[in-house]
Design a protein around this ligand. Structure first.
Ligand code: PLP
Length: 389
């Protein structure tokens, strides 16, 4: 797999959005912990120029650095940064929402997105959602109605990492005048560029790989569509969910090493997935980077790499899977992913067996995040606990 990023990406992560001459030569950007900015004149206050700041609920120099970097990484025109990934996701859905409208979404989307659709959006906005298997184009096509305004996509999608044929679904959406929202958190902009494949709004939880150190929350939306950008830009200070300067500073620092971290996560996850695939106590492995992956051709046509996140099912009872998750030492038991540390969780455990199956696996699914502690260390730990089953 392509381990090396292209020059524009390396430069974007390192330098885009930063100007040493504007910060007394300081190599690291100053942290602008200021709620307001001196405007000088009423003219400046009422007709502020792009790039000038008034109040940090609207914009802040540290937030702008993140936005410029992520826009460059995604090769998109506009980027807006939010307090976390869900703030970005809900802002995108609200900005496009049509009262009484209809949404198509994946069964295995990030689960809080479906809670938002089924709860607030259904109850307060009269929005109906049809859930589909993202790897089945015909289901997506069949789900479209006259009042469908949005298709919510994620690929590789949460927990079982099934792929959506992004070009084909976006072409379908365009033919019907429907907007597409795409969660690109898994691949990062290095390994997939959804806007170039036809997506209207691309979202990231910057809490994961963009921040990369498990010490910050953030979210971003990137779009080439000016109308969408204007709607999002107007809504953000009303919802009041902009990224904070401190979190922006940490994400800026994280972005600088993204291009060296991702290939390391990928190398380790590939080796771990290959080991699990060969193990007699393992029933199934879900990792799009495996040579045996059922959607390999599609993966190669839209991604240039995979991340450190994978999942698997053991040949055994649910209690055995729980025991395994509890017994791992190199993998800390906890939610989230994308940091330096290896993690384990059973993301479908609290679902009904039927709901878990719709997400592509059983309740016993074990998700691993392969961190940066070294491949053999993780493999040894997994072999140890699998051997104890
Ligand atoms: C974590 C995550 C989110 C939500 O992001 P937060 O920063 O936790 O709000 C959305 N989508 C995916 C795929 C995620 O993993």
């Amino acid at each position: 797999m392509n381990e090396y990023c292209e020059q524009p990406e390396l430069l974007a992560a390192a330098h885009t959005g930063e100007d040493y001459s504007q910060q007394l030569g300081s190599i690291a950007p100053p942290l602008y912990l200021s709620s307001l900015f001196a405007c000088g004149t009423m003219e400046n206050y009422t007709h502020s120029n792009p790039g000038s700041f008034i109040y940090s609920r609207y914009g802040n120099p540290n937030v702008s650095i993140v936005e410029e970097k992520v826009a460059a990484l995604e090769r998109g025109k506009y980027c807006l940064a939010y307090a976390n990934g869900m703030a970005a996701a809900s802002a995108a859905i609200l900005a496009l929402a049509k009262h009484g409208g209809h949404v198509v979404c994946l069964h295995n989307c990030y689960n809080v997105v479906s809670h938002f659709l089924d709860g607030f959006c259904a109850e307060k906005l009269g929005i109906e959602t049809t859930y589909v298997q993202g790897n089945c184009f015909e289901q997506i096509e069949k789900a479209i109605r006259k009042n469908t305004f949005l298709i919510i996509l994620e690929s590789p999608a949460s927990d079982t990492f099934s792929l959506v044929d992004i070009r084909r679904v976006c072409a379908l959406a365009k033919a019907y005048g429907i907007k597409t929202y795409f969660d690109n958190t898994y691949c990062t902009p290095l390994y997939q560029k959804p806007l170039q494949l036809g997506v209207d709004i691309c979202m990231h939880s910057a809490t994961k790989y963009l921040g990369g150190h498990s010490d910050t929350l953030g979210g971003v939306l990137v779009t080439d569509d000016e109308e969408i950008y204007v709607a999002l830009h107007e809504l953000r200070p009303q919802l009041g969910n902009i990224l904070s300067p401190m979190d922006a500073w940490l994400i800026t620092r994280g972005l600088r090493s993204l291009a060296v971290r991702m290939p390391a996560h990928e190398r380790t996850a590939t080796a771990v997935a290959e080991m699990l695939e060969q193990h007699k106590k393992v029933r199934a492995v879900y990792y799009p980077g495996l040579k045996s992956y059922p959607q390999r051709e599609l993966m190669l046509s839209q991604q240039t790499g995979n991340s450190g996140l994978l999942s698997f099912e053991i040949d055994g009872a649910l209690e055995d899977a729980v025991k395994l998750a509890d017994s791992l030492k190199a993998f800390t038991l906890g939610p989230s992913w994308g940091g330096y540390e290896s993690l384990v969780i059973m993301p479908l455990y609290s679902y009904s067996e039927e709901h878990a199956m719709l997400c592509g696996a059983s309740r016993g699914l074990i998700r691993l995040h392969c961190g940066l502690e070294g491949t053999q260390y993780l493999i040894d730990d997994l072999e140890r606990v699998l051997g104890e089953l």
